[in-house]
Design a protein. Structure first.
Lengths: 346, 179
């Protein structure tokens, strides 16, 4: 007969190796929460904290919103970005056309063309630390670069960007040597010894990124809870787009895709219902992209619009943005305000 | 390493372990679990000067107190006590129906649920958080010998509940096999 602790262990409702709470590198929500703790020490504890509750994909992002009921005088976040405005045009290629472009590029890719474990991104999410004696709310985009090597060693650098100089990367990846530029403030820097990534990486880190869109959808569903639906997107009616984009973001944090993986991503998006072309856009790092937008339901609150930006030449995922589509008076949010954005670098 | 650096290292190393700790004990959707985890680390941040070299059991101790406050504050203490049986259903997990099946599933959780809250907690910490006796003592804020004794007694009582379940299943209705 099995030992009683062994029996109980086998019935663990939240195992370390699988599911929503499995071991893996921190996700964006956890990273933002840590940043707030480390750099919000000057602010007093808020009298109350409210977390805006939506559903589905918005939930994970909403978790990083440390909205507070503030005293008089606290204004809106100083560095809150304006929403990207796509320029609608008739010449912009469709997602399907982009998928073909990405597919052609994948076919010409060589054996050394990725993927690479690790990522480099600039991100921002709405947050407003406040309280009776709080300093004026400041919201700072953050840039994070993570790289892992074949022997499991790795390194990580997190830099707060300077809100007075938006639109510039603050980490320069110079052939693996990272230099901070501009006025970025280093929030976190770590080097991990050989074997660390192997021991501490989750399933996502150990699973090679698929080059097949169906396999990618399966992976995103199993690892990150993306909406299931058929491999061709049929059956979800677009309702799963927010979850899919959130899953894609989590996946992208683990891996920097090469041309083959990029082709799978674009084909996956092209086969997913609910994303419409919105036109050309210049992202926050000054890059030209094509925006595709999901205006459909995001859950019970149904208050947000999801945007994904792709490189028109390669199909590479450049970034995502979520904006509010309705006023949320309880949180002093107005329609059009940005909830979060991510801009991915190569 | 500064106190802040030590906290950041502990956060990065143990964020998911603390999330699992909370998820196992809170019958709630993921966003509520994340809220509680954020509160746990906010409290840990304020108390970061106390952070020990091996921070995980200490974080579990913070999480236990935080979780109790949250659950009481929301008037869900009863749901916490009965969390385990609900948890399987809430998460859509497959469970087996008898003690001889390969995966113990719900019947073990039901056996656990029949124990006192104190017994349940020490067993969860030992089985799911895989704490040693020394670590149990930190998480439960008691001495090593007291932790060892609590675990020993709780294991014995769980074994008895499991045996009772097996007996009930193997002799259904008390009369089969005598036709």
């Amino acid at each position: 007969m099995r030992d009683e602790l062994e029996l109980l262990r086998a019935a663990d409702p939240a195992p370390a190796g699988a599911g929503r709470w499995r071991d893996r590198p921190l996700d964006a929500t956890a990273e933002h929460a840590l940043t707030r703790l480390l750099h919000g020490a000057r602010t007093r504890r808020a009298r109350r904290r409210l977390v805006l509750r939506a559903e589905a994909a918005v939930l994970a992002l909403v978790a990083v919103l440390a909205f507070t009921l503030t005293g008089a005088g606290s204004g809106r976040a100083a560095a809150a970005p304006a929403a990207l405005v796509p320029q609608a045009g008739t010449t912009a290629p469709s997602l399907d056309a982009l998928a073909r472009i990405a597919g052609a590029r994948a076919a010409a890719a060589g054996p050394d063309d990725g993927p690479r474990r690790g990522s480099h991104l600039q991100s921002w999410s709405l947050a407003a630390p406040a309280g009776p004696d709080a300093a004026p709310p400041v919201t700072v985009p953050e840039e994070r670069i993570t790289r892992w090597n074949a022997d499991g060693s790795g390194s990580e650098l997190v830099v707060a960007t300077d809100p007075r100089h938006p639109g510039r990367p603050v980490i320069q990846d110079d052939g693996g040597r990272w230099r901070t530029v501009g006025d970025g403030k280093v929030l976190h820097r770590a080097a991990y010894p050989a074997g660390y990534g192997t021991r501490h990486g989750g399933l996502a880190a150990r699973t090679a990124p698929p080059t097949d869109p169906r396999a990618l959808r399966t992976l995103l569903t199993s690892l990150y809870g993306a909406a299931g639906g058929g491999a061709d997107g049929a059956g979800d009616g677009g309702d799963g787009v927010p979850q899919l984009l959130l899953a894609l973001s989590s996946y992208r944090q683990e891996w920097t895709p090469g041309p083959r993986e990029t082709a799978a991503i674009v084909r996956l998006l092209a086969d997913t219902r609910g994303l419409r072309p919105a036109g050309a856009v210049t992202d926050r790092l000054g890059r030209r992209g094509l925006a595709f937008v999901h205006d459909g339901p995001d859950g019970a609150a149904d208050t947000t619009r999801q945007m994904v930006v792709l490189d028109p030449r390669t199909g590479t995922l450049l970034g995502t943005e979520i904006t509010f589509t309705r006023d949320v008076p309880d949180f002093r949010i107005t329609a059009g305000q940005v909830l979060s954005y991510e801009a991915w670098l190569p | 390493m500064s106190t802040d650096d030590a906290f950041a290292a502990a956060y990065r190393a143990h964020y998911w372990a603390v999330s699992r700790f909370v998820a196992r004990r809170l019958d709630a959707p993921a966003h509520e679990v994340e809220e509680v985890v954020a509160d746990v680390f906010a409290i840990a941040w304020r108390r970061r000067a106390e952070l020990p070299d091996a921070p995980l059991p200490w974080l579990y101790g913070v999480a236990r107190n935080c979780l109790a406050n949250v659950v009481r504050g929301k008037g869900r203490y009863r749901r916490l006590l009965h969390r385990l049986t609900h948890h399987e259903a809430a998460h859509g997990r497959q469970t087996v129906t008898g003690p001889d099946a390969e995966r113990p599933g719900s019947w073990v959780l039901e056996a656990l649920d029949r124990l006192s809250p104190a017994d349940q907690e020490v067993l969860r910490l030992a089985a799911w958080e895989e704490l040693t006796v020394e670590e149990l003592a930190v998480a439960l804020d008691c001495g090593r010998s007291a932790a060892a004794m609590r675990l020993h007694r709780a294991r014995r009582r769980l074994r008895a509940e499991i045996d009772r379940t097996r007996t009930a299943v193997s002799v259904p209705g008390g009369g089969d096999g005598h036709a």
